[in-house]
Design a protein around this ligand. Structure first.
Ligand SMILES: *[C@@H]1O[C@H](CO)[C@@H](O)[C@H](O)[C@H]1NC(C)=O
Length: 348
């Protein structure tokens, strides 16, 4: 499918899904952003009319110059830095129509009116301008109406002196903090990262498989080690890395002071969720392993389970338990994503 058709389809879809909550202006901006490869709207002729009037979206405004005469080293890499964050934003939050990126580059002399209006002496500037719905289109008569957005309060992002990857991370963190939406910056080339990780993991497993068992079998405290390793694995699976990176609280309190164990939203979690999910996985595993064990179980006169009838009853109980435990997992997912289609019973 050609890129244009694809983009049109995406904008149509986003239009359909959010028509009730995004303004038509925001949807127009999404369409505009999709015209650019890096989704950054390029301003020319000092024309900010797209951003005039009431705004139900946030705006990242970049004031820069890639004109060599303006001697700004950071400015040369700026678009590359912002692009990475923009791409991540658009792959996760396209349909929200809630954030737009605009680049005002002084290499296009027709943009100088904006720089004069702001009386800017140094570049670059990266501003995050929050929504402001109190600006009225009825004011459009007043002078410089389309520059109104420039007068609004904004957060300033200082590009740190660091490697580009770190600058990208800092910008993503800055936006995450102010928008309360987690932005995950994608690797530049996911395929090569995948191949590298795959190769390394594969060879490590090969080596362990070849030499591991004999060494492991002779280890003292083998069971303790097994438990520690499995716990470590569960902690990693439960999202330990995420909670550390984002510094999320262990639990949170709701409006009425009640404790919230499971955060809403697919892109967030509390520390306690590692524990909840870990325990859920562990009990699920126990249930499954006992089913396998019971399947091979031989009822004898000396065995713990005295008759096949009790064995069947236990198997049935464990099956019900399995269902409940799995439902509990999918109920957690439902808390985060109400539209999750593969849930079993909703338990909480
Ligand atoms: C929002 O716009 C109104 C009208 O232009 C302005 O008075 C107000 O200061 C703006 N709010 C912020 C937070 O900038």
């Amino acid at each position: 499918m050609s890129r244009r058709v694809w983009q049109l389809l995406i904008s149509l879809l986003s239009l359909l899904t959010v028509i009730t909550c995004s303004s038509s202006q925001a949807i127009r901006l999404t369409e505009e952003a999709l015209k650019y490869d890096n989704n950054i709207i390029q301003i020319s002729n000092s024309d900010l009319s797209l951003f005039s009037g009431p705004r139900d979206y946030s705006t990242v405004l970049i004031l820069t110059s890639t004109n060599r005469n303006h001697v700004c080293a950071v400015c040369m890499d700026l678009e590359k830095i912002v692009s990475q964050v923009t791409k991540s934003w658009y792959s996760d939050y396209l349909h929200t129509n809630s954030l737009f990126f605009a680049n005002i580059d002084l290499i296009d002399a027709s943009n100088s009116k904006i720089f004069q209006y702001l009386d800017i002496k140094n570049i670059p500037h990266i501003w995050l301008i929050p929504p402001n719905e109190s600006i009225d289109f009825a004011d459009s008569e007043i002078e410089n109406f389309e520059f109104k957005i420039l007068d609004d309060g904004h957060f300033v992002f200082q590009v740190p002196i660091a490697k580009i990857d770190d600058q990208v991370m800092e910008l993503a963190r800055f936006l995450t903090q102010n928008l309360q939406k987690s932005i995950t910056v994608r690797e530049q080339s996911p395929i090569s990262t995948f191949v590298k990780t795959f190769a390394v993991t594969f060879f490590v497993i090969l080596i362990i498989k070849k030499n591991g068992p004999s060494k492991f079998r002779n280890l003292p405290k083998k069971n303790a080690l097994t438990i520690i390793l499995i716990s470590l694995m569960l902690v990693c699976l439960g999202g330990y890395q995420f909670t550390i990176q984002h510094g999320t609280p262990f639990v949170a309190k709701g409006h009425k002071g009640q404790i919230i164990f499971i955060s809403g939203g697919t892109h967030y979690q509390f520390g306690v969720e590692i524990l909840i999910v870990g325990i859920n996985y562990t009990t699920l595993a126990f249930a499954l392993v006992s089913l396998i064990h019971l399947g091979n179980y031989k009822v004898t006169s000396t065995s713990l389970i005295k008759s096949n009838k009790s064995r069947y009853i236990i198997i049935m109980v464990i099956n019900i338990l399995l269902y409940i435990l799995y439902s509990s997992l999918t109920s957690i997912v439902l808390r985060k994503d109400h539209g999750y289609p593969y849930a079993f019973s909703k338990l909480f």
